[in-house]
Write a protein that binds this ligand. Structure first.
Ligand SMILES: Nc1ncnc2c1ncn2[C@@H]1O[C@H](COP(=O)(O)OP(=O)(O)O)[C@@H](O)[C@H]1O
Ligand SMILES: [Mg+2]
Length: 439
């Protein structure tokens, strides 16, 4: 790897586990598989997959990687996940099953006690060492509040495992589309879109841009307070360098999300991610899946179905998710619709870049023209039924046990009995910085 020797250059210690070899030759102690070496590297430079020689090798001598990852043994992971118990299963994609586990400093000195998600390669599946290595190389080096944190990995015989921070509310796909889940309120949807946009903007804004390539609802994970993080870097790619305008690749991704020019040519640019982001925005607006075989043939692709509605604000109510029950900011929704239309432009150059997307979404969090059908719940008190507006129970005199309502207490009719989270509650969370419990 060519290393620049400019003012940014500094000496950095790099922890070397097994499983990796870097092309440039360093004076390594071949007896040790876990070594600290010093490598001259720019403080901003990131190692690319292409810097690793023979990435498919299982010869683990002379291998190396980033300092902030823990290396687990398979035996340890069995303990962590209670032997990969089915009761701990969090989800499963093309790579393999993901189980919940728990780590602490008994497992590794200095390791924070925390729940984790353990993703294990399915040895009979389509993915393998390459996707695993891609995740380790990118997520091992990239750190951002809107990217899921990789804590460590395991590479033993043919087994490949990734250990991430645990995201308490799982993926966005389940929240948006699974039956019997409470509908996500408008501001929660915007918060999720904004977080994911910041994650992508960070990737695209790197000195060596990263193209994520698989942006979709099942790869957006949600923390307990609905902070969204981009996860699953198995298909990520380094962006074009120098005068190159694109990277040529095999066409990979998910039907319904991939940009048309990428599907046609295999030419990959950051604008392909912007298109996929536009599809996810549409899913958040409409509550409809990017691709759905159960819809009539011409409407199976959400982008095709939505086209007439995106052009005409008079049809806004037909575009918007009926589960929102009209409780969204009309002005905010118009802005998001216009943004989605831009992101989905047929011409990549007409799409906004992700930092622009962030700038457009940020103020949408502040639009207050949301018809607040207050979140009402019912509490049985002393044999009688009482209805309360969200938050107003704080007004009650708790010291003397007086259950009388204070002056100004509004008695509301039940409007949205199904809702569990409300935008009112979300506003409170944002403004007071209160976090709901992780568990
Ligand atoms: N860190 C995590 N916390 C909670 N759930 C997770 C986490 N990582 C993955 N999952 C669950 O597992 C599913 C599959 O994970 P993903 O990384 O997308 O795997 P794949 O590469 O197979 O698509 C996710 O959609 C999510 O439901
Ligand atoms: Mg995935």
């Amino acid at each position: 790897m060519a290393l620049k020797n400019n003012n940014n250059t500094k000496w950095r210690s790099i922890f070397l586990p097994s499983c990796f070899k870097i092309k440039s030759t360093h004076n390594l102690d071949s007896k040790s598989s876990h070594r600290i070496i010093s490598k001259q590297i720019s403080s901003t430079s990131r190692i690319s997959l292409s810097d690793i020689s023979d990435p498919g090798s299982s010869d683990f001598s002379n291998s190396w990687f980033a300092s902030n990852l823990h290396i687990f043994t398979l035996k340890e992971l069995k303990v962590i996940t209670n032997d990969f118990s089915s009761s701990n299963l969090l989800g499963e994609g093309g790579f393999g099953p993901v189980h919940k586990g728990f780590v602490d400093d008994k497992c590794r000195p200095g390791l924070k006690a925390q729940p984790v998600a353990v993703k294990m390669l399915d040895l009979d599946g389509d993915q393998g060492h390459r996707e695993w290595l891609t995740e380790v190389v990118f997520l091992g080096q990239l750190r951002h509040p809107h990217l899921v944190k990789l804590i460590g990995y395991c590479c033993e015989d043919e087994h490949r495992v990734l250990v991430y921070e645990y995201m308490a509310r799982g993926n966005l796909e389940n929240h948006l589309f699974r039956r019997y889940t409470s509908p996500l309120p408008w501001l929660t949807r915007i918060k999720i879109a904004l977080g994911a946009a910041k994650g992508l903007a960070f990737l695209h804004g790197e000195e060596k841009p990263v193209i994520y390539r698989d942006f979709k609802t099942s790869n957006i994970l949600l923390d307990s307070d609905f902070t969204s993080k981009v996860s699953d870097f198995g298909l990520a790619k380094d962006g074009p360098e120098g005068d190159d305008t694109h990277v040529s690749t095999r066409i990979m991704g998910t039907h319904g999300y991939a940009a048309p020019e990428y599907v046609m040519t295999g030419h990959l640019t950051t604008m392909n991610d912007v298109y996929s982001f536009g599809v996810v925005l549409l899913e958040l607006l409409t509550g409809k899946r990017a691709f759905d075989k159960s819809r009539p043939a011409r409407e199976q692709l959400l982008v095709e179905w939505a086209k007439p509605y995106l052009k005409d604000y008079h049809k806004l109510d037909r575009l918007m998710d009926p589960r929102l029950e009209g409780q969204y900011s009309i002005e905010g929704a118009k802005k998001v619709v216009a943004l989605a239309r831009q992101c989905l432009s047929h011409y990549p150059k007409s799409r906004p870049n992700m930092s622009h997307v962030v700038k457009i979404l940020e103020p949408v969090m502040e639009f207050t023209d949301i018809p607040l059908g207050s979140f009402v719940y019912t509490t049985p008190t002393m044999g009688k039924i009482e209805t309360k507006s969200c938050g107003e129970e704080e007004n009650e005199n708790q010291e003397n046990g007086n259950s009388q309502r204070r002056k100004g207490y509004r008695h509301k009719h039940k409007i949205r009995p199904r809702a569990v989270y409300s935008d009112t509650a979300l506003y409170k969370t944002i403004r007071n910085g209160i976090k709901s419990p992780r568990w």
